[in-house]
Design a protein around this ligand. Structure first.
Ligand SMILES: Cc1cc2nc3c(=O)[nH]c(=O)nc-3n(C[C@H](O)[C@H](O)[C@H](O)COP(=O)(O)OP(=O)(O)OC[C@H]3O[C@@H](n4cnc5c(N)ncnc54)[C@H](O)[C@@H]3O)c2cc1C
Length: 389
């Protein structure tokens, strides 16, 4: 491993100077990472892993993770700033870093022994993780999930036998590990536990799902009497609801920060690629997309810092999720208008990229909690309005 050059004691201005110098010094080697890869999930992983490894070796993506979890220490806000600088300089933040931002804090808080084993490998790009919460009849209402984990103390030792189905697992086709929310006890929210499950073992079948954006973005996971040792519990048995609520704060908050950085780059791309006359003709629409982005950024920055401080954000995190979905759709709808009809009809990589971005934006009001449900949470729990039903 090369010596990291990222300094965990740096303040934000010093960090910006250092990473800009690193990007300048490595501009030739970094050139391939300026655009999303248009191929399959596998193509994406092969491509971005190289960039992820370069960032790891230089220490940029190890900032904010404690040394015992493979990091170089300092505040996670430094890592947020790194993402911003990468995007501002026109690079694609390695896609699989998002899962680590979402799942890593949960492992550190509830299963530090698993965090010490798996976070270093994931940051280095050597491991991929996914989430197994949703089921065919339990998405918005996870309290109704049926995948069960039956406690056992058999020939393999103490643990759980897991059986059931999960679906919509992002990166499920690439992952080696999944955090599974399973029923270990009574019906409802109290009978759930979170387990860390090795996907590369007998009894597990992974079926990738081809999505409208042309990638196998998600997968179905089938568990057929899979033994999971007891030390793979994330948090206490029966505490699965608390654990998943903790994780969802990062999915709705930390992820929104990463995306706002990327969406700023996409807006710059749009203004660069568009015919100036067409862009001027739709100035109001472009302005609205910019304002949506500004609102998202204003919300997501403080959220990232509050998550770092350990604050419990409660239903307020739904605001970040709603702003993210609205901004993704506003920006890509704007691109569709400004680039018409190229976005629909052209064969260029640029048009293909915008088509993929537009399709991806449609799902941002579903994953991580459907927008309708988030609006209910804001209405009832933040604003104190009466329940609609
Ligand atoms: C691309 C993608 C990636 C995903 N990645 C993952 C992942 O990695 N891991 C994972 O576990 N899950 C993942 N999901 C699943 C996602 O979290 C669920 O799809 C989402 O929570 C909605 O659940 P559902 O699909 O069961 O729809 P349902 O809950 O059946 O909802 C259907 C419709 O009813 C509405 N609705 C439901 N309940 C209410 C309510 N109380 N008030 C108002 N309206 C309501 C919803 O808004 C929605 O429009 C992903 C989904 C997508 C599309």
């Amino acid at each position: 491993m090369t010596t990291p050059i990222a300094d965990p004691a740096a303040d934000l201005p010093a960090l910006r100077v250092a990473i800009r110098a690193w990007l300048r010094d490595n501009a030739t080697a970094l050139q391939p990472f300026r655009h999303e890869v248009l191929g399959s999930m596998h193509d994406m992983q092969v491509h971005t892993r190289v960039f992820q490894r370069m960032l790891f070796d230089a220490g940029w993506t190890r900032l904010g993770w404690p040394a015992e979890f493979g990091g170089v220490g300092g505040s996670a806000v430094l890592r947020a700033e790194v993402m911003e600088e990468l995007a501002a300089a026109g690079y694609c933040i390695p896609e699989l870093l998002a899962t680590i931002e979402i799942i890593g804090p949960m492992l550190i808080k509830y299963a530090p022994h698993l965090a010490a084993r798996h976070i270093p490998a994931a940051i280095a790009g050597d491991e991929v993780w996914c989430q197994g919460f949703s089921e065919p009849e339990a998405g918005s209402d996870l309290g109704g999930l049926r995948c069960k984990a039956v406690p056992t103390d058999g020939p393999h030792g103490a643990g759980f036998v897991v059986s059931g189905q999960k679906m919509w697992s992002s990166y499920g086709s690439l992952a080696q590990h999944v955090c599974v929310l399973a029923r270990t006890g009574e019906a409802g929210y109290r009978g759930l536990s979170m387990l860390w499950v090795d996907l590369e073992q007998p009894g597990i079948t992974v079926v990738p799902t081809m999505c409208e954006n042309g990638r196998e973005e998600v997968a179905e996971l089938f568990f057929d009497d899979v033994f999971v040792p007891r030390d793979r519990l994330v948090g206490p048995e029966g505490a699965g609801w608390e654990v998943v609520m903790y994780l969802l704060q990062f999915e709705r908050g930390a992820f929104a920060w990463k995306r706002q950085a990327e969406l700023h780059t996409q807006l710059q791309d749009l203004l660069h690629e568009a015919d100036p006359v067409a862009a001027a003709a739709h100035a109001t629409t472009v302005g609205e997309a910019y304002l949506a982005l500004f609102a998202l950024r204003s919300q997501a920055g403080p959220t990232f810092a509050m998550l770092e401080s350990g604050a419990a954000l409660g239903p307020g995190i739904s605001v970040d999720k709603l702003l993210l979905g609205a901004t993704e759709q506003s920006l890509t709808d704007t691109a569709r208008t400004v680039l018409w009809p190229a976005l629909e009809l052209d064969d260029t990589d640029s048009a293909a990229r915008w088509r993929r971005r537009w399709s991806y934006a449609r799902i941002t009001t579903i994953y991580g909690g459907a927008a309708e449900v988030q609006r209910d949470l804001v209405a009832e729990r933040l604003l104190g309005l009466p329940r609609g039903r």
